[in-house]
Design a protein around this ligand. Structure first.
Ligand SMILES: CC(=O)N[C@@H]([C@@H](O)[C@H](O)[C@H](O)CO)[C@@H](O)CC(=O)C(=O)O
Length: 305
């Protein structure tokens, strides 16, 4: 199914209150902040959003809240992946009811498939629950543990999943990503998923990406895209290098989910703590991390809400 999701799409953190409950009232401010900073959509309840640490009802409530802020310049993709395809299908039906732009599921997390045909059967169950909406397979082997060949997946799934739109490709196998982007007259929408290599993705043909650091640093990535589109590859590479230096610190403080969530406070959108089993950084750690951000002179890209 055709879609045209492009630009910088944030994978939002799910705001939790001091009791660890979902904090829906923050989402309005969060959405305004993302829009003001040029973000073109939200990939809700994915890895960054701790979707798999939430109940199905909570996920539906969060997705419905984000939909209140959807507009033509700000699309909503709902991550529906779950351990059981029954739960994933229920989330899919809900994503259709609220009229989300698209939905996506990562590979089954428990008793993983070791053959593409089995992955396709699993995706078929989920995708058919939302047949009128585009479905993206969420390829994120580092989290799902499912690492099957994506070219074969697209080729075989084409006739079996009519609403397949493409892949959210969060993997460093850029050769495979390029091959996927060029199959069948470039029919698939392949969303780049690693913020540290956005520029490499653009040069290979990606038109947009989904990521965690786009939540608070979107203006830097927009500079990468603008410089690339203007043919100024040197500036684009320098902006990308800045993102890479930042991400090397982010990894030290737990990566995009654990390290990134407290940074939302810096932009005035307090998303609270992470849910167990994620370990929250101490306030000393967060201060050290913020110092590193200052030293890189990165705050200029952390626009306020
Ligand atoms: C493993 C992981 O968290 N990957 C992130 C990246 O944005 C990542 O945080 C970033 O590239 C920094 O390494 C996203 O792909 C996750 C994502 O889109 C999501 O939250 O669903």
């Amino acid at each position: 199914m055709e879609t045209n999701l492009t630009g910088i799409i944030a994978a939002p953190y799910t705001p939790f209150d001091e009791n660890g409950e979902i904090n829906l009232k923050i989402i309005s401010k969060y959405a305004d902040y993302l829009k003001k900073n040029g973000v073109s959509g939200a990939f809700v309840c994915g890895t960054t959003g701790e979707g798999l640490l939430m109940s199905i009802e909570e996920r539906k409530a969060v997705a419905a809240e984000w939909m209140k802020h959807r507009d033509d310049q700000f699309k909503i993709i709902v991550h529906v992946g779950a351990t059981s395809y029954k739960d994933a299908s229920s989330l899919t039906r809900h994503a259709c009811e609220i009229d989300a732009d698209a939905f996506s599921a990562m590979g089954p997390l428990f008793l993983k498939p070791d053959h593409v045909d089995d992955l396709i059967s699993y995706c078929q169950e989920i995708a058919q629950a939302g047949a009128s909406k585009p479905f993206f397979y969420y390829h994120i082997p580092s989290v799902s543990g499912v690492n099957l060949p994506m070219v074969e997946f697209l080729n075989k799934a084409e006739s079996k999943i009519p609403n397949l739109a493409g892949i959210k490709f969060t993997h460093n196998n850029m050769m495979e990503m390029q091959l996927c982007m060029n199959l069948n007259d470039k029919k698939w929408n392949i969303l780049h998923g690693q913020d540290e290599t956005l520029l490499a993705g653009l040069t290979l043909g990606a038109k947009g990406g989904v990521g965690s650091t786009y939540n608070y640093m979107a203006p830097l990535y927009i500079k990468i895209i603008e410089a690339y589109n203007n043919g100024d590859i040197e500036s684009a590479a320098n902006y990308q290098l800045l993102a890479a230096k930042f991400i090397s610190y982010l990894i030290k403080y737990g990566g995009g989910v654990i390290g990134g969530k407290p940074l939302m406070k810096l932009v005035g959108v307090d998303c609270g703590q992470l849910r167990t089993p994620c370990r929250n950084n101490t306030s000393e750690d967060i201060k050290e991390f913020e110092k590193a951000i200052m030293a890189l002179d990165l705050l200029q890209y952390f626009h306020q809400s």
